[in-house]
Ligand binder design. Sequence first.
Ligand SMILES: N[C@@H](CCC(=O)N[C@@H](CS)C(=O)NCC(=O)O)C(=O)O
Length: 207
Amino acid sequence: MKLLTTPKAISPARVHFFLAEKGIEIEREVVNLMEGEHRTSEYRATVPNGRVPALQLDDGTVLCETTAIARYIEEALQPDPPLMGSTPLERARIEMFDRMMELELMLPMAMTFRHTHPAMKALEDQVPEYGEKQRAVAERRLKRLDKELGEREYIAGEQFTIADITAWCSIRFFRAAGFRIADEQRHLADWFQRVGSRPAAEVAFAA
Ligand SMILES: N[C@@H](CCC(=O)N[C@@H](CS)C(=O)NCC(=O)O)C(=O)O
């Protein structure tokens, strides 16, 4: 089994964090996005979404999409500690929060980055006005998240879950697009520090 991945990229970082929480390692093959290694016909024929991360199983099956890879790791490779819930209700609630973090926070941040950052010209047909609109969407969501984290320790409740990994990696990575936790967002800042002090957070964006 091997993980097709790129160091210091947001979606791969979520899988690296998840694996480190599980205490397992998977052989890695680095895909250089800036050199277009994911745009070859061979890569596209192998990986359904043509992106990283992707998990290639020993029987040749290829899983892409970060959450699907995490689901396979949790259910087939290492259930402990559970990061995606242990009962049907927990699983549904955690997926609900994780999708909210992905769609309402990570995605607008990613669109800001891709449409405004000079380094992203190689990968995106940039529309800077769209990027700036998405910045406002993400900033409003950060404000709401600060309020929500005043009511609970972690994003989905009192336990650390995959939803924290998604949100933490987004806030950490998209500093590159100018996102910052505002001085008055104390609950968000405390949570960011709490998640960032986990040993697994250190490997998320490691080279
Ligand atoms: N929805 C996918 C997104 C994967 C994705 O967009 N990966 C980026 C790197 S963080 C990528 O491969 N980008 C290549 C490109 O934009 O051409 C997931 O969750 O895994």
